[in-house]
Design a protein around this ligand. Structure first.
Ligand code: 5GP
Length: 342
């Protein structure tokens, strides 16, 4: 058995609590896990229940987990309860005949709704992964920073790069705004005409683009490649959905989600206790609530893609933490989707 040790590893994309699972054949035999855990799948012989161990567990007992197929099916079956409001009882009808008519029509609408919902969604179950360590001859992985409200990831990125410009760099963006005298083509920006910019947008050359004061700005795929060609680690700060699109074997992005530590209430960090205008010095309770909400929303929507969460206490400590993460990224082994290493 030892010789045939399973090589199948899955990243869990959902939390699993066997004690709350009514479908399991044996709750005590279940293996609890959390989203992001790496599971070594020992057997996939049974179509509904796999046996797996959690990587990093000192207790190496294998337990039951729902198979990918079974979990997808369970999600498909319960999605109407999660996403649709339960049908409200029809108003009391004047006659029994009308009542049954209304009910049957409502039932039909209900079931057609369920069908389309299940068919369109991509259920988050497991992602097959493999160990990966960057070798000397390979280009450095792309580092993608995503941040919730108040995280100031651009500032963080700039600071870490300024400390180590020979190792880290930004992808030089394109812009249609005129070059300032002190600026150099290809350093701050690639300066291009509007017509060229629009053509590049149409040809999908940008990973993202936007308008600011009637000028266009955008980051191109080539700009990332050219940083990597110099054997530097490229850092980009983007909207979460952009980071998602960069998840390819070529870039092997390592996605870091930066969220500010949000104090309970602004009174705890009044202007008096942070005179230098600390990150939350002038924020109101509503601002803090918005910051919390933004972090929750990103975590909910994109958390399964995040390799690392960085809780930003203040700018200096976040910088040193990010520096540490980047250094480990070049030395250590990480789990990446199987398709990236095959
Ligand atoms: P400036 O023209 O002062 O150099 O930049 C002004 C603004 O342009 C920045 O604050 C930023 O909002 C936006 N900008 C700069 N680079 C990019 C980019 O690569 N993509 C997008 N979407 N906006 C950018």
């Amino acid at each position: 058995d030892r010789l045939r040790e399973s090589k199948v590893y899955m990243r869990a994309l959902f939390d699993y609590i066997p004690l709350e699972d009514k479908a399991t054949p044996c709750q005590e035999a279940g293996l609890p896990f959390k989203r992001g855990d790496i599971l070594q799948v020992v057997t996939q012989d049974d179509p509904t229940w796999w046996q797996a161990k959690r990587v990093g567990d000192s207790n190496l007992r294998a337990g039951l987990i729902p198979s990918k197929h079974f979990q997808e099916r369970s999600l498909a079956l319960c999605s109407p309860h999660i996403f649709c409001a339960p049908p409200s009882p029809p108003p009391l009808p004047p006659s029994g005949l009308r009542r049954s008519f209304r009910l049957s029509r409502k039932d039909r609408q209900g079931s057609s709704g369920e069908g389309s919902e299940a068919g369109d969604s991509d259920y988050l179950t497991y992602e097959e992964v493999s160990r990966y360590q960057q070798r000397g001859h390979e280009r450095p992985r792309l580092v993608v920073l995503i941040g919730s409200l108040g995280a100031r990831i651009n500032e963080l990125k700039q600071k870490v790069i300024a400390e180590n410009p020979h190792r880290y760099a930004v992808a030089v963006p394109h812009t249609t705004r005129p070059k300032k005298p002190q600026e150099k083509e290809g350093v701050e920006y690639h300066f291009v005409a509007k017509q060229q910019f629009d053509a590049d947008v149409l040809n999908n050359k940008f990973i993202e683009h936007g308008e600011y004061k009637e000028n266009q700005y955008g980051t191109s795929i080539e700009a990332i490649r050219s940083v990597q060609a110099k054997n530097k680690m490229c850092l980009v700060d983007v909207q979460p959905e952009v980071g998602y699109r960069l998840r390819t074997a070529e870039f092997k992005p390592y996605i870091i989600f930066v969220k500010p530590r949000v104090p309970e209430s602004r009174r705890r960090r009044s202007a008096a206790t942070s005179p230098a205008g600390g990150d939350h010095a002038r924020t109101t309770d509503e601002d803090l609530q918005e910051m919390r909400q933004s972090a929750i929303q990103i975590d909910h929507q994109y958390g399964h893609l995040v390799d690392r969460v960085l809780i930003k206490e203040d700018s200096a400590s976040a910088c040193s933490e990010l520096r540490g993460i980047l250094e480990r990224l070049e030395r250590e082994t990480f789990w990446v989707p199987l398709g990236w290493v095959r």
